[in-house]
Design a protein around this ligand. Sequence first.
Ligand code: NAD
Length: 475
Amino acid sequence: MQINHLINGKAIPGRDYFETVNPATQEVLAEVASGGEAEVNAAVAAAKEAFPKWAGMPAPQRARLVRKLGDLIAAHVPEIAQMETRDCGQVIAQTGKQLIPRAADNFYYFAEMCTRVDGHTYPTETHLNYTLYHPTGVCALISPWNVPFMTATWKVAPCLAFGNTAVLKMSELSPMTAARLGELALEAGIPPGVLNLVHGYGKEAGEPLCRHPDVRAISFTGSTATGNRIVQAAGLKKFSMELGGKSPFVIFEDANLERALDAALFMIFSNNGERCTAGSRILVQQSIYADFVAKFVERAKRIKVGDPMDDSVTVGPMISQAHLAKVRSYIDLGPKEGATLLCGGLGTPDLPDHVKRGNYVLPTVFADVDNRMRIAQEEIFGPVACIIPFKDEAEAIRLANDTQYGLSSYVWTENIGRAHRVAAAVEAGMCFVNSQNVRDLRQPFGGTKGSGTGREGGTWSYEVFCEPKNIAVSL
Ligand code: NAD
């Protein structure tokens, strides 16, 4: 199978190709066109040319096409879910039942919303001030390899619905489902040039795209290091930067322990632990620490690791051998830093023969972690839980905030006052109280500190995908 660029509605062959590999089996899934400056220039030119007509289309008409794309995704869930699972190792139980169906919802939501874009009026004695929201223009959408289809659709749906045109660059490690999205967009009747795809590596394809003077906005999801590089290279543009995380999952002694345990396990082991909002620092109050750790480890040991195409599997392979080596290096580091390894470690899981060559790691739990250890400060991005004790509310807040990141956070307590106090005090873009991470598309999604700038979701998406204009009429 060959995956080509999609520029102005046409499949454009690559001058070079690279392979995308199934991380569970190492089987080559496709040869993918590797783009560079020439393909980026062509794609941006196509997006620029398509922009005036697409932006000028009445919103209800645009909404119909965007909704149609949602319908096509909904009609192809099993096909896309299997492709996603093969390409990136996310288990089929997640891709088939949650991630791909929810991607269709992204298009339904923003199709509806683009017909309701409003503004503000500020009448005075002398003037009538009001705002208009215009589409921004050509947008660069850059996605990482974890949950690639969901991330791409979070960007493509608002971008297109608000009247922008796009050049999408997926991670070189997981390009397959987005290529399918490009085909479905054309099938939905979205005009050629509105959604373009350039495949390739960050340096060769991503960087020229971000630097391009005709690109007005960049919606990027990826690591903090790359985010910094992009901001420096891109110059004056609008940015939405969704970056890394090391989110605190804080459990007080009065929490509903059973529910907290389920959510804590889910937030570090689902999606293979390759999740930006992972609750990777589990802060537990001293009085319940021993009990919590014992129960958490008992459950972690029961997690099924294996073929991501098997519906009963919770943890699949890491995306690549390089990423596997990175995750294993942190598992190796933990005990050297003084953490106690309670389950998992550097052994290999018991696997069916056909996935024995996969990039597997055991779900791993470290207790007695000090928040200043590297395993607690650096983003591991794998199924590795760090459990950290704390004495009281003040210490919980101090530890929660003692990190370069600020993406998500979680607070578990039955004390309503404490829940609100801690939620307000934690330095993060999002705080979930007595809950795992649940995305509501109206909510501002994004982070603070090293986790990024800008928010997306609901009207927050105006920040990057719309240009507000103030109009002042003398009365
Ligand atoms: P990455 O930063 O290595 O790559 C992300 C994308 O950027 C890829 O498409 C890559 O090709 C491209 N890229 C690389 N260098 C570039 C450059 N110089 N210019 C332009 N583009 C470039 O990240 P990754 O390893 O693919 O993904 C994992 C990271 O993404 C983690 O840090 C994770 O926390 C983060 N993430 C964040 C969110 C969020 O919403 N905040 C969601 C998912 C993942």
